[in-house]
Design a protein around this ligand. Sequence first.
Ligand SMILES: Nc1ncnc2c1ncn2[C@@H]1O[C@H](COP(=O)(O)OP(=O)(O)OP(=O)(O)O)[C@@H](O)[C@H]1O
Length: 224
Amino acid sequence: MIEFTDVHVRLGRRDVLSGITLSLTERRVGVVGANGSGKSTLARLINGLAMPTSGTVTVLGHDTRRHAARIRREVGFLFTDPDAQIVMPTVAEDVAFSLRRKGLSAAEVADRVEQVLSRHGLADHADHPAHQLSGGQKQLLALCSVLVLEPRILIMDEPTTLLDLRHSRVVAELLAELPQQVVVVTHDLGLLDSFDRVLVLDEGRIVADGLPSSAIDHYRKLMS
Ligand SMILES: Nc1ncnc2c1ncn2[C@@H]1O[C@H](COP(=O)(O)OP(=O)(O)OP(=O)(O)O)[C@@H](O)[C@H]1O
């Protein structure tokens, strides 16, 4: 589903990613590594927010360089800070905003918004000002605004960094239930326990790749 072929990313005078070749088919993929090791850049390459300097990234059979708009429709991206993603005054309006280019009737939009908010425990907050939600609720809202578009792949960049333990658990449970392929960049190692595959990045290279236990072990040794 997601293919990297000898991908290099150079930003300014820095090699941010070097020689990444990967084929990601697993449903739950985690990415860990030190600050600045290139995790976010790797995540952003998957939905065409970043482009390789050389090499290719192919997602659902499409080269991200040639089909960025199409790939962004199929690949949802959740940022660390939900405030960066919330654009409308109320919860329901924010989710509806995601659907603005779908050509749906007002009734269809309202129906889809209602469904996604109910599924994620925000139905009672539909008319609340979005910016007055708690951090955890904002993260859920940002997720609803992405999921309402029914992406085939979901990328999450440090989704639990700003959340307390309870809300982190909510996100972890939600992750377990989502039907789509999910790639999660995180420093929250517990989140990855049930994942199918974990990549460890170090200075722009993949230095470990495997089941969570062995990859995280490698990462801990790297950091010690
Ligand atoms: N536009 C840019 N121009 C120059 N350097 C950049 C740019 N964007 C990112 N970098 C550098 O690329 C490196 C990798 O950044 P990236 O955000 O991918 O790392 P990360 O592993 O996600 O880090 P963190 O855990 O701190 O979020 C960093 O050293 C960063 O300073």
